[in-house]
Design a protein around this ligand. Structure first.
Ligand SMILES: [Zn+2]
Ligand SMILES: [Zn+2]
Length: 438
């Protein structure tokens, strides 16, 4: 099929970024379609509205006139009735059948509208500039999701305000164009308005964006038969079971929600927002796909061994077992010092280096690299303290649980992602060691 299809009353053009998480949004598609017909968006919109005028809400908007329709044009990319109606009328007019993916409709059942889509357009100037060079300028759907604050490719904040006229352009406007301000008509792709983000700020926002990008990728790839309301409920229950030994209050506490809120979600009385699910996935180290398919590693991440004080030195490993343990550390790329390993296996550090010179050398150089990569002195400082606490607990034959570390070092000390990752890594080494003992 192509633009000359006789039944099609609008050209049948393909959305940009098809089958990728950067698929074009429906408003951008309507915009480009207007361009292709060399008419203003206003003209196309009139055509769409006349096709759909039996819809009361559209009639009301049309009767009111003015900016009403354009102001609410964000909803065209969203999860509600408006997105539904626009998909079906645009499919009819273009004779396409794949425009649903240019909206967030595939997420409609699983996430409430609240916190999902943006009211005003947002864009990455660097992406726009690149598209201009490549020839086709469009606005990806991912930019219409509220939680997407940064561009994962350029690591800059998305912009919502036109730098020239200081207005926040709508998704659609009478004379809008992808990549241009619909009020002052200036090109929005000028770079250097936006400085590169650094450190923790970008990491947190990037983690979120990457989760969303991968969610869209999955949803588009598998055409979402799975994302039903029940999936979310059963995934939450699964998470409580697998990460928190079935304790709802432990899960609610660790994940940072009130018990009541959390119970309502588990029972399906309320639906968690996309932001809540994002937070949960980040803390549990899951992708959204893993969360919804219940495929995360079934480790009892935080509360597993709370009451089980492991006697770290109850048994000495023999040399062969220690050698196996060292290989395991090397093969997994764990960042742990020889001194710490010596503490875990209960063996003198010098002896360790003497008996296993090659393996110790490999571990030392791996560590040097790791430290060089973590130039951030604040991170080194905090993680150093975590390590100290971690190993002093082991020396006291206590299992260095999440809760104990926080009890000693202060609540929330493990909430920062990098620090928590460091803790999780140390904990993995301990768990591997415990497996050898049993
Ligand atoms: Zn970008
Ligand atoms: Zn402007």
């Amino acid at each position: 099929m192509n633009g000359s299809d006789s039944r099609s009353r609008l050209f049948n053009i393909e959305p940009e970024g098809m089958n990728t998480p950067y698929i074009e949004s429906l408003t951008s598609y309507i915009n480009r379609l207007a361009n292709r017909h060399t008419v203003l968006v206003g003209t196309i919109v009139k055509k769409i509205l006349t096709q759909e005028l039996d819809k009361t809400y559209l009639k009301n908007i049309a009767i009111k006139g003015g900016d009403g329709f354009y102001k609410s044009s964000n909803a065209i990319n969203g999860v509600g009735q408006m997105a539904n109606d626009f998909v079906s009328v645009m499919e009819r007019l273009t004779t396409r059948n794949d425009l649903e993916n240019t909206t967030l409709l595939s997420l409609a059942e699983v996430f409430p509208t609240r916190g999902l889509s943006r009211n005003k357009k947002a864009w990455c100037p660097d992406c726009l500039e690149e598209m201009k060079l490549q020839g086709e300028i469009y606005e990806p759907l991912i930019w219409s999701i509220q939680a997407v604050k940064v561009c994962p490719r350029h690591k800059v904040n998305l912009i919502e305000q036109c730098p020239f006229c200081k207005t926040n352009p709508y998704f659609l406007d009478r004379s809008s164009n992808p990549g241009y301000c619909s009020k002052c008509l200036n090109w929005l792709g000028e770079s250097n308005q936006n400085k590169l983000l650094e450190g923790e700020q970008v990491n947190q926002s990037l983690d979120t964006v990457i989760l969303i990008r991968d969610l869209l990728n999955w949803v588009i790839r598998d055409e979402v038969i799975l994302l039903k309301r029940e999936n979310c409920i059963s995934s939450l229950n699964w998470a409580v079971h697998n990460f928190f030994r079935g304790s709802t209050s432990a899960a609610a506490n660790t994940l940072g929600f009130s018990n009541t809120t959390f119970r309502y979600w588990l029972n399906g009385i309320n639906r968690p927002t996309i932001n809540a699910i994002l937070d949960i996935c980040i803390i549990l180290g899951l992708s959204m796909e893993e969360f919804f398919l219940k495929r995360g590693k079934m480790t009892e991440l935080f509360y597993g061994r709370e009451n089980n004080i492991v006697k770290m030195n109850k048994k000495q490993l023999n040399y062969q077992e220690i050698g196996g343990f060292l290989s395991l550390i090397i093969n997994n790329g764990y960042n742990i010092s020889i001194k710490e390993i010596a503490q875990i296996v209960g063996c003198d550090r010098k002896l360790l280096s003497k008996v296993f010179p090659e393996q110790c050398q490999a571990i030392i150089s791996h560590n040097k690299e790791h430290i060089a990569n973590k130039k951030n002195s604040r991170f080194l400082d905090i993680s150093g303290k975590i390590e100290q606490t971690f190993f002093s607990l082991i020396q006291e034959n206590q299992y260095p649980s999440y809760r104990k570390i926080e009890a000693i070092m202060g609540e929330r000390v493990l909430q920062e992602k990098e620090i928590r990752n460091r803790y999780i890594e140390l904990k993995k080494v301990i768990d591997e060691f415990n497996n050898l003992l049993t």
